[in-house]
Design a protein around this ligand. Structure first.
Ligand SMILES: Cc1cc2nc3c(=O)[nH]c(=O)nc-3n(C[C@H](O)[C@H](O)[C@H](O)COP(=O)(O)O)c2cc1C
Length: 161
């Protein structure tokens, strides 16, 4: 696919993160001058990992759209929207489903940055690309743990210089 962010495009990274991997990616993109929007659900998520897997896995499977603290954003000044989502049960995180329902992205260049335990984002990519063309997709495997690998992948997609 084509490259991600470029010098003349104004980009925003809209992302969700439960356990910090997305926050790490956001910190890298922020250093490039990319604006950052972090999605936060109104209802806090369980702290116990087993409960997270059950609740989150189910929500992702059934394409739930949990209420967000802020759901609508003015994206009119951006040419490019970089979507950041953890992979939950092979799919986008539910908070991203809500964002995509509430915010039409017509006319924007859209880049997907996913992060997961396995690095496999095929189902998520396939489902998003049915809704809009993806300009680029970067699937990161546990970026907080594999920082050098994540940086190399983001550089390859030209999201980092
Ligand atoms: C509810 C839930 C479901 C998950 N499902 C998957 C999955 O299907 N495949 C995978 O590789 N990782 C899965 N993971 C792992 C996360 O995708 C991975 O830890 C990701 O980097 C988390 O991003 P974050 O730290 O920004 O929240 C899941 C994690 C949670 C909490």
């Amino acid at each position: 696919m084509e490259k991600g962010g470029s010098d003349f495009m104004k980009s925003v990274f809209v992302y969700y993160s439960l356990t910090g991997n997305g926050d790490y990616v956001a910190s890298l993109l922020k250093d490039q001058g990319i604006d950052i929007i972090k999605l936060e659900t109104k209802r806090p998520f369980p702290k116990a990992i087993a409960l997270q897997m059950i609740a989150g896995g189910g929500e992702a499977l059934f394409h739930k759209k949990p209420k967000l603290k802020i759901a609508n954003f003015d994206l009119s000044s951006y040419d490019e929207v970089i979507l950041g989502t953890p992979i939950w049960n092979g799919r986008t995180a539910p908070a991203m489903n809500t964002f995509l329902k509430e915010n039409p992205l017509t006319g924007k260049a859209i880049v997907l940055v996913s992060y997961s335990g396995s690095g496999n984002a095929h189902k998520c990519e396939e489902s998003l690309s049915k809704r809009f063309p993806l300009k680029a997709s970067v699937a990161l495997k546990a970026p907080l743990t594999n920082q050098a690998e994540a940086i190399a992948s983001l550089k390859k997609a030209q999201l980092l210089k």
